[in-house]
Design a protein around this ligand. Structure first.
Ligand code: ADP
Ligand code: MG
Length: 462
């Protein structure tokens, strides 16, 4: 028998899926996959929820950064829940019989709520959830789609490279991964590799450090279809650009397909060498615009069909009318409605939807300011925001302060001396030092990278 928690008649698996789906709305897919992959509720006893996590890294992060949120969500789903304990249970450990009986098949759970980003292929690094079957085409993306289909027909022969650009959340990653998945489906012997540019950069930096550049070159040049996502991150990274230029040429000469995505046109990426820019411009450049109303409705309908839920048209129209610029936000909104409907087993009226989506459908200007940045940092590190943080010599404030300086510069373009003044009259060279330090750590240190990302999410969700 599957253990049922009392008043919601949800199984532990469903309960945890509901938690995950709400958490997922507020954090990036990368963070979500890093910290929540292979987590589950292993039992609930005396109102204490035991969450099993795959390693101590996840445990530490869930305890330190997500505990409050998780507990809040759990309590909202079952008010009797009082505590959570996180227990490290390495995956692959044989399940006890009791666990086996209680376990929902992983595929089923994934199917239910669409968490298949946990199922990335080790070989290609592609996520199987990104396909053409679930990709809606409209005037906003039809050129990029047509070019993609031509590439699927004849990789390396039609457009090389394909350069897709457009704002965040408009389906670039989905599209370029769908190309990879389709090519692999048509011919499983094809070597397809998907790499986010950030990963490419750190791989190259590490190879230079470990003197294994030759090996890396060999690996990269042995590929039939190379897909690099968010190539704009290569800006200013001279060493990476140099290596990538050679890899690009070598693949290109062998008629191997190269696919790139970026948040802007290649000519608008700053600090990229001319020769690389001209390579980016040498094939097909396709932009993805914002979806029109009809397409937004089509996307919403597709998502509810996928999850086999019916939602009234006025709710869909409300969402399509109010979320106009971003498919990811459309998705988050409809997911929230679906989860709510499933958890409460009731029809969603327009009024419910309005309440549920209050903090998604906000004023369009998502700009930030000094106060939001400082608040987000002090909240994130759970430190007092008073003078201590700004001028104290205490060691525990050093890192938050450096990150604050870094973000004030990066997000608000404040000058170094202006930032110095905010922090108890520090010299501008101190600020420059802090900025450069965090910039480097962000590149090279996974933990700092994640921290900065999480803080940014906070800032931009305020
Ligand atoms: P980007 O890489 O441009 O930031 P993504 O590819 O990550 O955007 O898309 C954001 C979300 O929206 C993803 O979950 C994706 O599956 C979904 N999505 C984007 N475009 C479409 C589309 N045309 N049809 C269906 N889903 C889409
Ligand atoms: Mg993307």
């Amino acid at each position: 028998m599957v253990k049922i928690n009392k008043w919601k008649t949800m199984t532990n698996e469903e309960l945890w899926q509901s938690v995950l789906s709400q958490i997922q709305l507020n954090i990036s897919p990368a963070n979500f996959a890093t910290w929540f992959a292979n987590t589950k509720i292993s039992s609930i006893e005396n109102n204490e929820v035991i969450v099993s996590v795959p390693n101590s890294f996840s445990k530490e992060w869930l305890e330190q950064k997500y505990h409050k949120d998780i507990l809040k969500i759990l309590k909202s789903l079952d008010e009797e829940i009082k505590e959570i304990k996180y227990v490290v249970t390495p995956v692959n450990v044989k399940m006890s019989n009791a666990q086996k009986r209680g376990a929902v098949k992983k595929e089923e759970a994934i199917e239910q709520l669409g968490f298949s980003e946990l199922e990335v292929s080790k070989d290609t690094n592609l996520n199987p959830k990104y396909t053409f079957d679930n990709f809606i085409i409209g005037p906003f993306n039809e050129i990029a789609y047509a070019a993609s289909m031509a590439i699927v027909e004849e990789p390396g022969k039609s457009y090389n490279p394909l350069f897709v650009y457009g704002d965040v959340g408009l389906g670039k990653t989905h599209l370029i991964q769908a190309i990879g998945n389709k090519i692999k489906e048509n011919d499983p012997t094809k070597k397809v590799k998907y790499i986010p540019a950030e990963k490419l950069i750190s791989t190259i930096v590490n190879a230079i450090r470990n003197q294994s550049v030759q090996e890396l070159k060999k690996n990269l040049r042995d590929i039939d279809v190379l897909i690099v996502d968010d190539i704009q991150f290569i800006a200013g990274k001279d060493k990476t650009q140099e290596e990538f230029f050679h890899t690009f040429n070598s693949l290109y000469q062998k008629n191997k397909q190269i696919i790139l995505s970026s948040d802007r046109h290649p000519n608008n990426i700053p600090a990229v060498t001319e020769r690389l820019k001209s390579r980016f411009n040498g094939g097909m450049i396709a932009d993805i615009n914002t979806p029109d109303y009809e397409t937004r409705m089509a996307i919403l309908k597709q998502k509810i069909e996928e999850k086999n839920v019916s939602i009234s048209t006025d709710v869909l129209e409300y969402i399509a009318n109010n979320i106009q610029k971003n498919v990811r936000e459309l998705e988050s909104a409809i997911n929230r409605i679906i989860i709510y409907k499933k958890a409460n087993n009731k029809n969603i009226e327009l009024e419910d939807a309005k309440k549920l989506l209050k903090n998604i459908i906000v004023s369009p200007s998502k700009v930030t300011n000094y106060k939001k940045i400082i608040e987000s940092i002090t909240e994130f590190y759970d430190i007092p925001s008073g003078n201590m943080f700004f001028s104290s010599r205490k060691k525990e404030f050093a890192r938050p302060r450096q990150i604050a300086m870094y973000l004030l510069k990066k997000e608000l373009k404040m000058s170094y001396s202006e930032i110095g003044r905010k922090f108890g009259g520090k010299d501008h060279t101190t600020v420059i030092h802090a900025f450069q330090l965090i910039e480097k750590e962000y590149e090279e240190n996974e933990k700092i990278h994640q921290e900065v990302e999480l803080i940014l999410q906070r800032i931009y969700s305020k």
